[in-house]
Write a protein that binds this ligand. Structure first.
Ligand code: HEC
Length: 106
């Protein structure tokens, strides 16, 4: 039982890093360079890009950190590495809050 609790605790630390609360309005203005691929309303302009509208905020934040750190590097990830390399932690939080706030697509 104690082993299970320890493993659960360890997993929660690994899987749930402390994520900052983002500012939606700031995120919207910072998203100007994202529109070209992810669309004005978070719906991708081309099916080779992911829709972001209504996606989970924490997931979006983790994904952007992973691109920035090079942890996501396969396939098309190089595109996002370029776009996240100059983003601060605050930028990433704001962008995640903004895209999560948009109405999910059907
Ligand atoms: C030139 C096109 C392009 C631009 C501009 C762009 N992205 Fe992306 N984005 C992509 C592609 C392609 C992927 C999928 C990469 C992969 O395969 O991992 C992606 C993936 C993502 C993901 C992960 C989605 C998921 O479901 O895992 C997030 C979050 C994201 N982009 C946010 C942004 C933000 C925020 C900006 C603006 C700062 C931005 N992108 C600008 C092309 C772009």
């Amino acid at each position: 039982m104690r082993v299970v609790a320890s493993v659960a605790l360890l997993l929660s630390m690994v899987c749930a890093p402390v994520l900052a609360e983002g500012n939606i309005t700031q995120g919207q203005s910072k998203a100007a360079s994202c529109v070209a691929c992810h669309g004005a309303n978070g719906k991708a302009v081309n099916p080779i890009y992911p829709n972001l509208a209504g996606q989970n905020e924490a997931y979006l934040e983790l994904a952007m950190h992973a691109y920035k750190k090079g942890e996501r590097s396969a396939g098309q990830a190089g595109v996002m590495q370029a776009f996240t390399s100059s983003l601060s932690d605050e930028d990433i939080s704001d962008l995640a809050a903004y895209y999560a706030s948009l109405t999910p697509l059907k």
